[in-house]
Design a protein around this ligand. Structure first.
Ligand code: SF4
Length: 653
């Protein structure tokens, strides 16, 4: 019997119209857990590195995490993996909500798509019955609208539906996959789904998931729930409110936006409005938010309620979570009311709420600079909000300049030329980043940002505070009950971290300490993404309920695999290195691992080089960030070493 996982994947060949239920190899679960880990392995094994993202040979994998569908709180992530049209590297975007647990209950760990459908289709997975159905009547429909229509058509109100909107159908690079209470937005996953001709995947499952040692597992789950309760009553003092608690940032509860509006950049990540926030705006925005926010909502089996149902009069209700509340508002130099209104249209179109506003502001800047012309903007309203709606419509339809903008700022700038590249200034690995520009370089953030391959906002976050606490008393107070640290040394790192002087940024945490901290932070992200646990309860916040000390017991009691901390760390290293190898084989090198030039006012080239050197060395990678043969062999990845050697990527010296 298989525990925690179902032991079966669905393999759907869209070119042939075939559907197979395929048993998986339990050995791979031991080596990689599930979710991102096994997705990466599938991409390595089955998609040659020369494959174009829009080739029929590219795979699109919708995966549950290993713990999804078990009673583990917050274990609800769907991990969607493919080669990204945006970065050309491996893209893995995640969504919460209810889809992954439903897939497990239907009896599958993953749905793997290959080929392309000649017509627009949707897939209906109803336990053992799986069908490819015509979706031509859904062409052009919004993502939420599509989900509603499919549920009606199937007469199955409990079906969980992941769908694309118009943006995905038109292969817009920032197209998302939307799913009622969450979305997989980054890296162009929705564009690949549209390219394959999949409008939606509807799932209904009513089977059970087996647990190896249920009593032990339930006890651990209860401990996590109790800890969440206790932590809620004890927000971390001295940090900004959205980091004080657990979950994804509590943006839908929060009305004080002083920090975001004054510290994040506006427009195309260009301008900071230092004195923006005042009492009047606070009251106005509070009223707006409380009028449209009808209900706070959670993902499957989680008490955190990070999302909200938003009902703006005159337009359909949608779900909003996290920082997308502000991205449209700030990109258009507008008001929160506008942000809530345009986000509804953008959600139905199915676009990434981080990249899209930046792309639109980029177009406005190019127009102001005379690089884009009146002819490019023919028919566009002159007011800022009108311009944004107009641009959004052009982008998702790929009409006029929208066709180039639909490829994101990096590719659009190359196509537009005439100096447009200078305006695409906020990219890492060809993808728009958080519109945050800072004064002083923080070495941990530098490494997380530069070397991360997830390319989303949480890639810089982790269980170590982002800034030092001003007083020793605060630091001592923080470390007192810091049970999550993998090693006691981290407490000393924090105790010694000063706001100014020798032991402050950029030279403290020191290079070696920074690498240690980054490794811890990355480790938690990689474990979460393999288990399907929301980072909001683990890798992302300070002092979360899941950590390196209790995860092994969760895995052992759920799966029956004998797992301890050392073993779990080894799985993390294997998964991290495997993902790096996939991207190295696609051409990723050191030169790609750099933050935007103007991300920090002051840069420290020598220190930055040392940080990268030390990070690579720590990982067992060479100067270019390529895993060495020895490292690969140690991690049971000798077959990768062989492949990289044959390709001349690892030199046989
Ligand atoms: S912490 Fe928030 S985002 Fe994460 S599972 Fe819970 S409700 Fe969803």
């Amino acid at each position: 019997m298989r525990y925690a996982e179902t032991g079966y994947n669905l393999e759907i060949d869209l070119s042939r119209g075939s559907i197979e239920r395929v048993e998986t190899d339990p050995k791979l679960t031991e080596l990689h857990l599930g979710g991102l880990g096994t997705n990466t392995k599938i991409l390595w094994d089955r998609v040659p590195p020369e494959t174009e993202p829009f080739s029929p040979d590219n795979l699109l994998v919708f995966s549950t995490g290993l713990l999804c569908g078990t009673p583990a709180p917050g274990a609800n992530r769907t991990i969607v993996t493919t080669y990204s049209p945006q970065t050309l590297l491996m893209g893995y975007s995640m969504m919460g909500g209810f889809w992954a647990p439903e897939l497990k209950y239907a009896g599958y760990d993953k749905v793997i798509f290959r080929g392309k459908s000649p017509n627009l289709i949707y897939v209906w997975i109803n336990n053992d019955k799986v069908e490819i159905r015509d979706a031509s009547h859904l062409r052009g429909k919004g993502a939420g609208e599509t989900a509603d229509l499919i549920r009606q058509e199937l007469k199955e109100p409990k079906a969980q539906v992941a769908a694309i909107g118009l943006a995905g159908e038109n292969r817009v690079y920032m197209a998302s996959v939307e799913q009622g209470r969450s979305s997989a937005s980054r890296l162009g996953i929705g564009a690949v789904m549209g390219d394959k001709g999949i409008k939606a995947i509807a799932v209904r499952g009513t089977k059970d998931i087996n647990l190896a040692r249920p009593a032990e597992f339930i006890k651990l789950c209860n401990e996590v729930l109790q800890y969440i309760k206790a932590r809620e009553q004890k927000p971390v003092p001295g940090v900004m409110p959205i980091l004080a608690g657990l979950g994804s940032p509590a943006e839908m509860k929060l009305v004080d936006e002083e920090w975001h509006t004054q510290n994040f950049m506006w427009g195309n990540a260009r301008e900071r409005k230092r004195d923006y926030w005042n009492k009047q705006i606070e009251e106005k925005w509070k009223e707006t938010q409380e009028t449209v926010r009808t209900r706070l909502i959670s993902c499957y089996n989680c008490p955190m309620k990070c999302g909200a149902l938003i009902s703006v009069p005159g337009i359909s209700t949608y779900m909003m979570k996290c920082f997308s509340k502000l991205t449209y508002t700030m990109a258009a130099f507008s008001d929160l009311d506008f942000g809530f209104r345009i986000a509804q249209r953008a959600t139905e179109y199915g676009v990434d709420g981080f990249s899209t506003p930046q792309v639109m502001a980029f177009a406005v800047e190019l127009k102001e600079a005379g690089i884009l012309t009146d002819a490019d903007f023919a028919g566009c309203p002159s007011d800022s909000e009108g311009r944004f709606y107009w641009l959004l419509d052009r982008i998702v339809r790929r009409e006029g300049i929208g066709d180039m903008l639909a490829n994101g700022t990096y590719w659009a700038a190359q196509q537009i030329g005439k100096g447009a590249e200078a305006y695409a200034h906020n990219n890492i690995k060809k993808h728009e980043q958080l519109p945050l520009k800072l004064g002083m370089l923080n070495p941990v953030y530098f490494l997380m940002y530069s070397t991360g391959e997830k390319i989303n906002i949480t890639q810089i976050e982790g269980q170590f505070p982002q800034a030092p606490f001003p007083t020793m008393e605060e630091r001592e107070d923080f470390v007192k009950d810091w049970i999550q640290v993998p090693d006691e040394k981290f407490k000393q790192y924090l105790l010694d971290w000063e706001m100014r002087g020798e032991r402050s940024n950029p030279y403290y945490p020191t290079v070696d300490m920074s690498v240690d901290i980054v490794d811890w932070q990355e480790m938690m992200h990689y474990i979460d993404d393999a288990l399907g646990v929301c980072a909001g309860l683990s890798a992302f916040p300070l002092k979360p309920p899941y950590h390196i000390h209790n995860y092994p017991a969760f895995i052992s009691s759920a799966t029956g695999i004998d797992m301890d901390e050392a073993g779990l760390k080894q799985v993390y290293k294997r998964n991290r290195t495997l993902l790096r190898a996939v991207n190295v084989r696609r051409g990723l090198r050191r030169a790609d691992e750099k933050p935007p030039e103007d991300h920090w006012k002051k840069r420290f080239p020598e220190l930055e080089a040392k940080l990268l050197d030390a990070y690579y060395k720590f990982k067992g990678w060479d100067h270019q960030g390529i895993p060495t043969k020895e490292t690969l062999q140690e991690l049971d990845l000798a077959y990768i070493a062989e492949d990289l050697e044959q390709r001349g990527i690892i030199k046989n010296e």
